[in-house]
Design a protein. Sequence first.
Length: 392
Amino acid sequence: MTEFLIRRFVKDYEKVQDVEVRTRYGALAGMVGICCNLILFAAKMITGILAHSISVMADAFNNLSDAASSIISIVGVKMAEKPADEEHPFGHGRIEYISAFIVAFLVIEVGFSLFKTSFGKIRNPEPMIFQWLSVGILILSVGVKLWLGMFNRKLGKRIDSKVMMATAADSLGDVAATTATIVSMLVFGVFGVNVDGIVGLAVSVVVMIAGVNIAKDTLAPLIGEAIDPEVYREITRFVESYDGIVGSHDLIVHNYGPGRSMASIHAEVPREVDVETSHEIIDRVERDAVRKLNLFLVIHMDPIETKNEKVDNYRQIAAEALDSVDSRLSLHDFRIVDGREQVNLIFDLVVPRDYTPQMRGQVKERVAAKIREKISNSSCVITVENSYCAEE
């Protein structure tokens, strides 16, 4: 069904990096969500009124808020399509994240409203009317919401859309909420015990937790998050695949919306190669990154020694010292400065993010001591830093 809708309503659906195609995906997801949620709202509202069930009616209004969320999703994806202008040189892609955050706020608001209503229902319970038709409608609702969640998740993953993933999470939360409502009606129908308010309270907590989780997921790219390890590997492999580049480090990626990223990286080039030749290679990598990775890449060129046996030997000794202290440590920008009485080893040391300031100072001393065991006249000049890549 999902593939049929995509092929039927999304022109050029294979070109998921294209901004216009992403907008078509967003419009499809939004329209399907609006239609499904309005139908579910009407069915549940009628069921809740007939059964005198506050949890069913609350679930109905939850579906109505989901329809509003779908409208916000369509507007957000459409606004994110706007190209760059003088005030926004990197485009408007982050509007999609803001839209997802608004969806999260609506979900939390619905959950809080349900919490207050359910609490009042516990204090002043009202009689319910059990009907198998009501149970059947709610079971059908679970099936629709489950499909809608899978539908949005599939589209969200395909075009890397936070707002669609947020909508998918909301739908799966609704599945849990409606299932709990069914249980409360069955308990009343079989045992005559009215747990409507208690179940409504539990449902409200589930809905609010779902809203908070959606907010956390959508705020992360707005605040600035670590690079996904797979993205890190993809970019570094791409840069290092070019002849004339022997390594890379200090990759930073800035997200300006799905499919709208810029990055900077340090590329290591042989010092003995003519600077103009290396610069030409760097320019080619930057141009190809736009075309092949859809990434605006800025490369800083780092000349390093590649044919100096003494430097290679000292670099190996330093690397072994790091591994003996902590296998998670790494180094780059290694160079040496020979003096009459001592040799200076200068390099950057990358430490895990869980290192405290005290640990960062201690690790410098331990690494330097390990190196002095092999190079007695060495003096280490170490700059400690963190990687911008998320730890796996």
